[in-house]
Structure formats: C-alpha cells, structure tokens
Design a protein around this ligand. Structure first.
Ligand SMILES: [Zn+2]
Length: 1002
C-alpha cells in the first residue's frame, strides 16, 4: 500500500486504507498528490471588507455563540453583488422570514446578473407548472469551460468510450473538475435550506477566503434550492397564515406536492414525479459526482449517509467507503468548529434506494444527506429534545442540548458550515473522487464479468407486453439502455436453488438447463454504465429476520419484475451479451401492432394497466362489452374479461391502442361468448383531512391512465345524503395508518378552526380541495351515507386501513382481520394465488400475483357476521382413550356411533356450518351475500418474494383480496396496497377490472 502519494486530509487516517484501495488500479496524476487539505484553516481573508449590518444580524438571530462557526459568523461585503438581504429584507435565516420559491429564484437571478461566477438554469416544471431551477456556482473560468469539462466527465461516466483504458481516464481526470450537486426543500415542512443555499451561493461567489477561492476554482457547486416547489409555496402560505393568527393553532400541511408528501423522497426507483426526473436529468446532464440532499428532522446535524446497516447490496463497495471518508472529515471539522450535536452513523439504514439522493448512488456518484434541526417555519422557539436525541452515545460523543432556543438562522449556520467544509474537502480531493467516479462507472460496465448477472431479459410475450412497457419506461427514465433481440437467443440456466436437505422427488423431471427467448424480447445488458440501478430494481431482496437492524427505515423489498408482473428473467450466462440485438433509442418508436379492418375488435385481457383507459376514452364512441367466458374467434383464443369493441372509428381506435400500449385483434363477426356491457362508471375518490399521501399515489395512477374521477373529502361525504345518485364507485384509498375512530371523528374539536382555503394570504392552498376547518371527520352521518351508497348498489373500494375501517363499520359482512400475533412484515413483496379466477376482479390474471404488503395485513372470512370461533378438524384434539393419537375412541357397552367429520376448510375459506349452527342464527349471511375471496396469500414456502417476513402464519394462505356484499352493492377490500409509489403496476388491474365490470361483481 503506497499511501505517501495519496490525497489525504490530515487527521483522517482511518480511511487511508479504503482510499488507497480506491486508487490502487490507477496511476495517480501528479496533480492529485499535490492536493492536500490538511493545512486548511477556513480563515477569512482579513483584507476583504465585511457587510457590517448583515454580520450584525447573523449574530442577532443566532441564539448561542456555539451554534455558529468562523465560516458563517460574518458575510463578506461586495460593491457589485447583492446579498440575500436584497430580496429577503433581512439576512438568510432571519426569524419570521420565509420566502416563496419565486423570491428565492429572484435572488439567484440577481446574483447571476451581478456575478460571472453564477449561472441559473430552468431544469423543468412541477406537476402544477411551477419552475424548478439549478444554479451553478464556480470560478468564471470553470463556468466558461463547463461544456468542455462536461464532455470529459461524460467519457469518465461511460468508460466504454475510453475502451476502459485507465491511462486515458487519468489524462481526462487531470484536466477535469467535479460537480457537487446540492438540493434543498424536498420536504416542504423542512424549511431552512432555501435561504441557507442563497447565502451559500453568495459566499462561494464573493468570499475571498483562501479556502473558498480553492472551492470555486476546483469544482462547480450546483444548487437546486427548492426541489418540491408546489409544496414550498403551500408551506409559505401556511406560515403566513400562522403569522397573521398569533396564539392560534395552525393547520398541518395536508398537501405538499400535487400527489404526495413525504414520499416524494421515495420516488427514486419508479421515477413518477417531475421533481425526481428533473433532478436526475440535471445531475446526469452535468455528469455530477455528488447528490447531497438537505433535510431537517434530526438535531442538530446528522450526516445520515453512513447510517447503519444493512447497506444496499447493489452499490459499488467503493461508495460505502466514500460515504465514510466524506462524513468522517465533515463531522471532524464540525467538532473542530466547536458546534455541538453533529454526528454520523445513527439509525438510518442504507437499504432501500427510494431516496432522492440515491439517484447518485446508482448512477456512479455519491449520495449524501444532512438532517439538521428545523422549526417548521421561521419562528425562533424553545425546543425540547427527547432522550434518544440528546443522549451521548458512541457515534454521538458531543450530542445536542436537551433543551435549546433554536432559530432558522441556527439551522442555516449548521447547513452552510457543514456544506462549506464538505465542499472544501471535496475540492481538495477532487481528483481522487473523479477517479472513483470513473472506477465505479467502469465496474458497472464490467458487472457481467464480476458479480453479474449478465443481463435481465423481458421475454417477448403478448400477455406481459403492456406491463413490460411500463417497466421499460421506468428504466428509460433512469437512463438505462434497453436492447431488443433481433433473433432468438438461447442461454444456459444455473441449477435451481435447493433448500437444505431437500432431495428431488423420484420421478420428477430434471430442471431445465437452458432458456430460449424469442426475437423481440427486451434485454437489459449489465455491461452498461447504469447497470446498477437496473440490477437493483429487477433483482429480488432478502432482509434476514436475524439482521441486527430490527427497525427497517423503509420498505424491505421492491422487486420490480414481480411487482410489475412483467416476466423478467435474471440471466447469468454471459452468452446473452453476444446475442444479436439492437439498441432501442426511444420506446415511443417501437412499432405498434397492426389493427385490422374490423368490424369487431377484441383486446385480450392480460391484466393490462390501461384497459380502463381505453374504455373511458371510447365511452360513447363505440360499443364496448366484456366477455364473461373464454372463446375462440377467427382462429384466435380469448380469455374471460376480454374487451369486445365494435362501431368504432378504426383510426381513432388505432391511435388510442398506441397511446395505451394495447393490442387488438380484428375479427369479422360478433363473438358468440356471453358478454356484459363494459362500464365506465362515475368514480369519486374520498380522502380524509388527516393525511392525503397514500391516496395520492392512487390519484396519480388514475390521472396518468386518464381514468376520470371526482374528489371528495370525508366532510363532503358527511354532507351528501344521496351519494348514489351522483357516483357509482367510491374509492377510499389508504388513509395512511389511521384508525377507524380517527376517520370518523377527525381531529379533536377544541381550539380554533384550521382552514385550508384559497385566500389573498394563502393563494396556494385550497386548490386540490378546500375546507374551512380541517378538523371534522366523516362523522356518523358520513358513515350512514357511505352505507346507503353501498346498499343502493354502489361499489366501495378500500385497501389497508380503509379496508379495516369498512370491516369495523359493518360494511363487509363476513370479513375479518387476521390477528397479526408476532408477525413481522415491513414493506415486503408477498406472493399470492388466485382463488376465484372467473371473478371479474381477477380477469386477465392467470396465476400468482406479487402483492405489496406494508405490514402483513390479511383477512379471514366467515359465513357469519360475527367472528365466532367454530371448531374445525385442525383445532380438534382427541381425548384420552383407546388407541393411538390418530385413532378414534370407542365407548364400551353400545354399538359404535361414528361422529360426522369436522369441517377442514383452508385458511382462505369460511368454515362451513352444520344444520345446528345455521338454525335460527341471526348472524348467518345468506349464501348470495357471502364474501368472495379473489386472491389469497401463497403457502408459507412460496410466500416471501422480496424483503422481510417473520412468523407469517397469520398471512400465509389467508385472503388478500375480497369482494364483500352489502345490500345491493359491494365493497372491494385489499389487504395489500395495489397502487403504491408507482411500483405495484402488476396489481393495478385488480382495481381497474372492478371498475370496468361495475355492476357484475356478484
Ligand atoms: Zn426530510
């Protein structure tokens, strides 16, 4: 190990080993070893004047001297460049001042106009049309040559362009500078980052402190000050309302972005949100090395990147050491500045890749995240910490104070100080990190030759084509290259995994040794720069119940191939890479299947996500019916649930089929199969005012699929006695771990009203829905209206907590929650099996469906409305008597009377009742009103597809999807969440089948 030529910061020896390994395979350019931040003093330039007023105000708003550092306790003066005070009217982080995104942008644009070291770019827009920006800060010479530098970084990012030649890479590295991308305010109630980043940009552009000069001449700092712009503007509205109503409670931020709140930081896998796409595109346009996201939920500064195990299994091992290097220097500096409460490690596990920062981890960069302390606005408050926050522990030797008067300025001091020292460290080690960037990119390309696999293949198969396209669209948004086989390809299969001690049964055929994929199959090659993200999404996950980490931070499983029901094969035979294939440059250019002359068309039901889209688009413009049985026509075979279309304009049909990635077969005559009309029912979503996030994922899916719906709150339902005359289907998507009592009662009614309305003070509130008071819930009247709606023939769709609510309120007779006992499921993917494959909800499914389960909810069903225990063969234990344990006792002195057998139902079945149990039983559900189980969870041995599962008895084989009947209507209950984070595309059709077959669910 030759550590003498390594670019190490002094005092950070413990990571010398990993750093040495990082550069071991490359001749380090001379300029690399010249870098050394060991003598960094972070002293300001004594010759540069300071902005006296600004500096005085920094001091005024900082609540204790220890909560600031020599880096940020002054502001350098500039005659030409405006400070943040120009827009804010006071310093960044001043108490009571919280700018809108537009004001933040206004400042950055003023800065760019005044300084050649700053440039502002529009990087896209939000769902509601608000602008997102990125700001580049660096020395003028760097910004002037950013394009040429970008071209060099692009080659390092794709080492295939360098023939994987380390010497060529080294030559590029010696002439290149890195890009460090900082993002703020993705979480709207975490409000401090925008002003901290305004001042940070000013300092980087203006300050002549030697260390700042070094930063700006050695790297480009890229800043997106507000990631969740829609949510920021709503949060500022709310803060203004709060300031205008002193002494009153203020409303919770019930909507952040248009669809989701906190989960906007769980979108880095499925890429459904504009903000995720805009940030990734910006990072990749610049070929950035770091994505550093700012949050505010831990005192005083938690560099959570190092976190705790388990670490994600698909990242390059080098990255885990980069996290440590950066955090180690960073937190040591914070201790050096005397700032209490700065630490790394902590309880954040680095398993799930859903976080925004992980866009970098899986695109060969470095993901970083700070949690600082925030007050949810700009008030200065006395804060009371909990013992787990202020206690001293091994990774937090200098913990935060138990109580503290905390200001937004304190927050801004921490954020800026930590960022400035991190930028300094990165600038001083820029060549090392650029080399690591190259190495990680190169190893991504070399994946098939090392850890593997060789590729993932999505076999060409009409039954999966629609959902495969949805999955391919995600991969394309991740900038993953997609190929398509031009000829048949045959690959060798590895021997199947064998469970311990399990011998193949005699007479069973040997497992196949090869697999053949037809031409047209899609291939995701692992010898490409972004192979890691594809591998991480398409592989399966296993979280051991014995893992020392017992509290997963987020979901433990996410296998997209299963969740999209897309038939994805993990291929380990490198021969696949030599198969004839061509790059698919644009998924939109894939030719759509031909549409024949008609006059009848059939779309075979294969549980496509978009059959309902087609039905709504053609409503009134065609005759649409659904086959209730399978049939053959003109030599084609069709399954139950297939959509039969006639009386349609062929060109209109063609363009819709193309838009929705559907294929139709043209047939000459009306099929003879029994049919019912396809429904396009009037849909309303019902949401609570407690939380709108989990239902937001459902709204997004419906919007993207162009299935129209009205949007009502529980309060509106409470006021609407005749729901049935206005709607056919009510969707009560998961409210997000709330109880039935909370749904009914809402928030406690003491204190003041909490309005969520558009007003001159709050122009961004009340747009999606509004109320003059968030507190009231559904109420008893609302429950009665819901019951009337179902009784009168409506369909109520529920999942997770809202399914439990429907059960508790008696709207799902015969359905109960399976007691969870010691079960442990944390965001896992579980397997299921069809119970009733002829039921319209199951149309198009032909076997197992992967289900996302947040916490292992499962049902039981009964022929009674009460959950009485009825003795079954499984429960019966024979008494003491003659014979062995399985023999029957025989009373003596009389002829033997054999007892009728006890019922032996499966866990997904109701216990059949005998005459005695049914006689005069008021709780007995008439046969036609008994719940129908559509899907059950799989047997224990097949239950876990991905993630964590422990003690799964209460789930295995239990009902997962049930249609209950109440009056003339039905309640569809999901124990799983079928529409979640854009990840559960394979289970969408269970919902949409129920909609287009409305009226035919019994
Ligand atoms: Zn956060």
């Amino acid at each position: 190990m030759t550590s003498n030529n390594l670019p190490l910061a002094s005092g950070a020896r413990f990571w010398a080993l990993s750093a040495a390994m990082a550069v071991a395979t490359l001749t380090v350019p001379l300029s690399v070893s010249a870098q050394d931040s060991g003598t960094e003093t972070f002293q300001r330039d004594p010759k540069q004047a300071i902005d006296e007023t600004y500096t005085e105000h920094i001091k005024k708003y900082t609540t204790a001297p220890a909560l600031n550092s020599p880096l940020t306790d002054y502001l350098p003066a500039s005659k030409s460049v405006p400070s943040p005070a120009k827009v804010l009217g006071d310093v960044a982080g001043a108490s009571d001042v919280l700018p809108y995104a537009e004001e933040v942008y206004q400042y950055f644009r003023l800065l760019a106009a005044a300084s050649p070291r700053v440039k502002v770019f529009t990087i896209g827009h939000t769902e509601e049309g608000r602008e997102m920006i990125a700001v580049a800060v660096g020395d003028e010479s760097l910004l002037t040559h950013a394009k040429e530098n970008g071209a060099r970084l692009a080659q390092l990012a794709d080492p295939r362009s360098l023939e994987l030649d380390d010497a060529k890479a080294a030559a590029l590295i010696s002439r290149s500078f890195p890009v460090y991308y900082i993002t703020g305010a993705i979480h709207s109630p975490e409000t401090g980052a925008p002003t901290a980043l305004m001042e940070l940009a000013y300092r980087l552009a203006v300050d002549d402190a030697p260390y700042v000069q070094y930063i700006r001449t050695h790297l480009i700092t890229l800043i997106t000050p507000v990631v969740e712009v829609d949510g920021r503007d709503r949060m500022v509205d709310l803060y203004k309302w709060h300031k205008a109503h002193p002494g009153q409670n203020w409303p919770d931020l019930v909507y952040w972005g248009h669809y989701v709140g906190h989960d906007n930081n769980r979108d880095a896998m499925a890429m459904t949100l504009e903000l995720t796409r805009n940030v990734l595109n910006t990072m990749l346009d610049w070929h950035g090395q770091v994505l550093h996201d700012l949050h505010e939920s831990v005192p005083f500064l938690y560099d959570n990147t190092v976190g705790d195990g388990p670490y994600n299994s698909w990242i390059d091992p080098l990255l885990t050491h980069e996290w440590s290097m950066l955090a180690s220097d960073n937190m040591a500096r914070m201790q050096g500045f005397g700032m209490p409460g700065a630490f790394t490690h902590g309880n954040f596990d680095t398993w799930s890749p859903g976080y925004l920062m992980f866009l970098a981890a899986f695109h060969n960069g470095i993901s970083r995240l700070y949690e600082t302390f925030g007050n949810g606005g700009a008030d200065t408050e006395k804060r009371w910490l909990s013992p787990e926050e202020y206690s001293r522990t091994w990774y937090r030797p200098n913990p935060p104070y138990p109580t503290v008067v905390w200001s937004q300025r304190d927050n801004n001091n921490y954020e800026q100080t930590a960022l400035l020292s991190a930028l300094s460290y990165f600038a001083h080690n820029s060549k090392l990190f650029l080399n690591n960037f190259y190495l990680k990119s190169k190893r991504s390309v070399e994946k098939p030759a090392n850890g593997g696999p060789a590729a993932y293949v999505l076999a060409q198969d009409d039954r999966y084509a629609n959902r495969q396209m949805e999955l391919l669209k995600v991969l394309a948004l991740q900038h993953v290259e997609i190929h398509r086989l031009t000829q048949t390809a045959k690959v060798a299969l590895p021997p199947p995994p064998r469970k311990d001690g399990e011998e193949p049964k005699p007479g069973t055929p040997p497992p196949p040794v090869s697999q053949t994929f037809p031409a047209g199959s899609f291939v995701i090659r692992m010898d490409q720069p972004f192979s890691r993200i594809a591998d991480a999404l398409l592989d399966r996950q296993f979280w051991s119940p014995q893992d020392p980490q017992t509290e997963p931070f987020d979901d433990t499983g996410w296998c997209f191939g299963d969740l999209f029901n897309a038939q994805v094969s993990r291929v380990t035979d490198n021969g696949i890479l030599a198969a004839p294939m061509s790059l698919v440059p644009d998924l939109g250019q894939i030719p759509a299947p031909e549409v024949g002359p008609g006059p009848f068309y059939v779309v075979n039901n294969s549980a496509q996500v978009s059959l309902a889209s087609l039905v709504y688009a053609l409503q009134g413009a065609a005759n649409l019916s659904v086959a209730e049985e399978n049939f053959e026509s003109d030599g084609h075979k069709f399954v139950e649930g297939s959509l039969i279309i006639s009386g349609v304009d062929a060109s209109k049909l063609r363009s819709l089929l193309r838009q929705f990635h559907l294929a139709a077969v043209s047939i000459a005559s009306q099929p003879s199969a029994k049919v019912h009309p396809a429904a396009a029912p009037r849909i309303a979503f019902m949401h609570t005012w407690l939380s709108t996030q989990t239902e937001g994922w459902w709204r997004m899916a419906f919007d993207k699929l162009q299935v129209p719906f009205a949007y009502l709150s529980t309060q509106a339902v409470a006021k609407e006695p005749d729901l049935r005359s206005r709607y056919d289907v009510l969707i009560f998507a998961p409210a997000g771990h709330v109880s039935g009592q909370q749904i009914v009662d809402g928030l406690p009614m003491w204190g003041n009203a909490l309005p969520w309305q558009t007003s001159s003070l709050t122009p961004n509130l009340g747009k999606l829905d509004s109320t003059d008071d968030l507190r009231p819930g559904l109420g008893e009247a609302g429950v009665a209206h819901l019951k009337d709606f179902v009784r009168q023939g409506g369909l109520l769709i529920t999942a997770e907590d809202t399914a439990e609510f429907a059960i508790e309120e008696g709207m799902a007779p015969g359905v109960f929650v399976s007691p969870r006992k010691d079960l442990k499921v944390v965001g896992s993917v579980l397997n299921s099996a069809l119970v009733d494959n002829k039921h319209p909800v199951a149309y198009g499914y032909d076997g197992a469906v992967a289900l996302y389960s947040a916490d292992g909810l499962a049902f039981t069903v009964s022929n009674l409305t009460v959950n009485y225990h009825i003795l079954t063969a499984k429960d019966y234990k024979r008494p003491t008597g003659r014979g062995g344990p399985d023999d029957e006792d025989v009373p003596q002195g009389r002829p033997f009377e054999k007892a009728p057998p006890l019922p032996a139902p499966k866990p997904w079945q109701a216990v059949p009742l005998n005459e005695e149990q049914e006689r005069n039983n008021p709780f007995l559900i008439p046969a036609e009103y008994r719940p129908q189980v559509i899907l059950r969870y799989a047997d224990m041995k097949d239950l876990l597809l991905s993630g964590m599962l422990e003690n799964g008895d209460s789930v295995a084989e239990h009902p997962a999807v049930v249609v209950a009947h109440f009056g003339n209507g039905s309640v569809l209950l999901f124990a799983n969440n079928p529409v979640y984070r854009g990840e559960t595309v394979g289970s969408y059709a269970l919902v949409f089948n129920s909609i287009i077959n409305f009226g035919h669910l019994k």
